[in-house]
Design a protein around this ligand. Structure first.
Ligand code: 5MM
Length: 342
């Protein structure tokens, strides 16, 4: 298999078969805050135990094609002494790794950020691949309001993203390209659609200029939703139509697949929106790459109690079942309430 066909095969595997991606790559600071909010001491061992709970959930591979880890977890081991990548491989789950080093204030663009992490990336990617990474993730963060996302933030982030994606493909790793337009704010769904469209347009221009093979990437965008403080309510059909309508205008058909982030939406809303999108025609498979909408119920059920590991795993398995049902067109209230198996 040539390197480019290997990349497109891995990208296709990530988005196919009624499966999606679990984003468990919170940076240490974010993970610590989430643990503390759940009443769990923010220690290395608790971060490891929590990720082991997620990764070893029985039946996870039925609905999850890949898990994104942060560097810390990637290098840790599960209780049986296997590294996380090896443990996932045994479970038929691909390992991904977040390779950016976070969003930092962008000079000349007050209130906006640029995601960093290009220094030494070629060497880091070679090591990640050697240790079992099949795919990687880089997240750019764009905000809406007062002329934002502005040209400088879009341009700087798009350029960095394209350099990251090209380096990944050179290393034989599928890049997940995540330009997240945040839900934070009181903007309308129409403003979100406009910001998402202009952002994606800039990102794809840079990806193409950098020679990135689009059939060897997975796009991880936000859904088109109203700002969380807008008071506007959008039904799943409205979210689906606005999201798919926006993506169809700017995302090339060659892209291997689209795996949405949840962005802070309630878990059930994210599933309902994903289900509604499956009813619309698109040139790419649409799936999930949720973080909070998959793991928040598991963290709340576990709360650091060794006696509640199974409860945490049941909570994650339920969310995975709901989202897998959404992909297969069989998601409804009964599935959400756990009254019928999907
Ligand atoms: C899991 O969170 C990811 C890493 O975030 P930080 O580096 O800021 O800690 C994040 O990139 C995540 O993959 C996406 O935001 C999608 O997560 P949600 O919760 O929005 O689905």
């Amino acid at each position: 298999m040539t390197r480019s066909s290997e990349l497109s095969a891995v990208a296709a595997t990530l988005v196919a078969g009624g499966k999606g991606i679990l984003a468990a790559d919170e940076s240490i600071g974010t993970m610590n805050r989430r643990l503390e909010n759940a009443g769990v001491a923010p220690t290395v061992e608790h971060r490891r135990t929590y990720r082991e709970l997620l990764a070893t959930t029985p039946g996870l591979a039925d609905g999850v094609s890949g898990i994104i880890l942060c560097d810390e977890t990637f290098r840790q081991s599960t209780s049986d002494g296997e590294t996380f990548p090896r443990s996932l491989s045994v479970r038929r789950i691909l390992t991904g790794v977040k390779v950016d080093t976070g969003a930092k204030p962008l000079a000349g663009a007050p209130g906006e950020t640029v995601t960093e992490g290009l220094d030494g990336l070629r060497e880091r990617l070679a090591e990640y691949r050697e240790l079992g990474a099949a795919f990687a993730k880089w997240r750019a963060v764009l905000v809406i309001g007062d002329g934002k996302p502005g040209f400088r933030a879009r341009q700087a982030n798009a350029h960095a993203m394209a350099r990251y994606a090209a380096l990944c493909q050179e290393a034989g790793i599928v890049p997940i390209v995540e330009p997240e337009v945040l839900m934070a704010g009181d903007h309308s769904a129409a403003a979100c659609a406009a910001a998402t469209a202009v952002t994606l347009r800039d990102f794809f221009a840079e990806l193409e200029d950098a020679g990135v093979a689009l059939d060897g990437i997975v796009l991880k965008p936000n859904m088109v939703v109203p700002g969380e403080d807008s008071g506007e309510v959008a039904t799943p059909d409205q979210v689906a139509s606005a999201t798919v309508g926006t993506l169809r205008t700017v995302v090339p058909a060659k892209v291997a697949g689209v795996a949405f982030l949840s962005g802070g939406q309630p878990a059930a809303a994210a599933s309902a929106n994903l289900a509604a999108m499956q009813q619309l025609a698109t040139p790419w498979p649409l799936t999930f790459s949720f973080g909070r909408a998959l793991v928040d119920p598991a963290l709340a059920a576990w709360r650091g109690d060794p006696e509640q590991v199974a409860a945490g795993q049941r909570a994650l398995a339920h969310r995975v079942r709901c989202n897998s049902a959404a992909l297969q067109g069989v998601y409804d209230e009964a599935v959400e309430d756990g009254r019928v198996p999907a």
